[in-house]
Design a protein around this ligand. Structure first.
Ligand code: B16
Ligand code: MG
Length: 216
């Protein structure tokens, strides 16, 4: 039986992906990489420095910058991202997710955040939902990002639960792979997540009953 839920943040709790997208788009223009929907999609769930590398590579610029210059580019992107994120309010919680959090809390489920974003604590604060979570996996403590299972294994550990009692919610393929690799139940939100154990088209469909129905 499921006893705990690990949440991805971007694309599951709030649409911060559009802010990441805007800030990376600005950076892509600056380094001369053409911004495409495919490039944007490939950055979902990917860490800040790995995202930067992907953008540089897409334009053939991976050898144009020193490590120090790359850190400066990443920090410039983050400054722009934080300005956008500061506009978030509780009204920006994705449809149905506040009700789902309330349902889990009322029924005594464990809840933690398994986001690759170092800005996750700030985002939760702007959305005013920090208190729902008993912990946030610190992405800085991880050796490998999604799709590696490490972040979702760490989430189960935070809740002191065995993997088979944990479900993870994700909107990105890399995240679903991470959950599956950790041996947890994967809940995919959005099209094209064929490897997810439970599938929803969007957040408004997510509820305990709907999850249990699909699990059979
Ligand atoms: P930051 P998630 C991920 O969050 C985003 O999907 C990804 O686009 C971003 O690059 C990554 O966090 C790192 O974010 O620069 O704020 O540390 O989907 O795992 O919640
Ligand atoms: Mg995500």
């Amino acid at each position: 039986d499921l006893k705990g839920f690990a949440f991805d943040l971007d694309g599951v709790i709030a649409d911060t992906a559009r802010f990441h997208g805007q800030a990376w788009h600005q950076l892509a223009d600056k380094v001369g990489t053409k911004w495409t929907p495919e490039l944007a999609d490939g950055l979902k769930g990917v860490s800040r420095m790995d995202s930067l590398e992907k953008i540089l590579k897409a334009g053939g610029h991976e050898n144009d910058y020193t490590d120090e210059q790359k850190l400066a580019l990443a920090s410039e992107k983050n400054d722009n991202y934080l300005k956008l994120v500061a506009t978030l309010t509780p009204a920006d919680i994705l449809p149905g997710m506040k009700d789902f959090l309330d349902e889990l809390k009322a029924k005594g489920y464990h809840m933690v955040l398994a986001s690759a974003s170092k800005n996750a604590p700030k985002v939760l604060k702007y959305l005013q939902i920090t208190d729902y979570f008993e912990g946030i996996v610190n992405p800085a403590s991880l050796k490998h990002g999604k799709p590696d299972p490490e972040i979702y294994s760490a989430a189960a550990k935070l809740m002191k639960l065995p993997a088979n009692q944990v479900a993870g919610l994700e909107d990105a393929q890399a995240g679903i792979q991470s959950i599956n690799g950790a041996g947890e139940v994967s809940i995919g939100i959005g099209a094209d997540l064929k490897d997810a154990d439970v599938k929803f088209n969007d957040t408004s469909e997510v509820s305990l009953a709907a999850i249990k129905e699909q699990l059979g």
